[in-house]
Design a protein around this ligand. Structure first.
Ligand SMILES: [Cu+2]
Length: 164
């Protein structure tokens, strides 16, 4: 969902730039033909403000809305981290090391059936989560990369970043 907003913002910004560019071109063509058609100043201000607000929104997007990342703690050879399930996953990004067993402790506090299952397609895990309890999900990541997990319907997302 957040990714989608980011993409929409990018599209909006490009449209804003293109439309203000073509507006300038229009003005240039008009003066060349000695047919000065006054562009309404409000339109130009609106385009400028629109572009500016999109840029601000995009900046906020990249600087202010990074997912909360957490490194898994190593204990007795297992990389462990507790992920709270409550209107989403916290932390939503967990960093682990490759080749070491991982144990994610899912503490489900959210009663909505949406979050009763957690799926790790890359690790072939589909785990039911018991309400108000901690359910472990275990796997060993063999390859580097970022692997998504989600609720049963794919509405809430998190990711595991596997590093060296
Ligand atoms: Cu869901």
């Amino acid at each position: 969902m957040k990714k989608l907003i980011g993409i929409l913002l990018s599209i909006g910004l490009s449209v804003g730039i293109v439309s203000s560019m073509s507006a300038q071109e229009m003005k240039h063509n008009n003066s060349a033909k000695f047919q000065p058609i006054e562009q309404p100043i409000t339109l130009r201000v609106a385009i400028a403000l629109g572009g500016l607000s999109l840029m601000v929104a995009q900046l906020w997007w990249f600087l202010g809305s990074k997912p909360k990342s957490q490194k898994a703690e190593m204990s007795e050879g297992v990389q462990e981290v507790t992920i709270t399930v409550d209107g989403g996953y916290v932390p939503s990004l967990v960093t682990v090391k490759r080749g070491q067993p991982v144990c994610l402790q899912f503490l489900r506090l959210d009663p909505s059936s949406c979050l009763e299952k957690v799926l790790f397609p890359d690790f072939h895990v589909a785990q039911d989560l018991v309400l108000n309890q901690t359910t472990p999900v275990e796997f060993t990541p063999d390859s580097l990369g970022v692997f998504q997990f989600s609720c049963g319907m794919g509405m809430f997302h998190g990711a595991i970043a596997v590093e060296k």
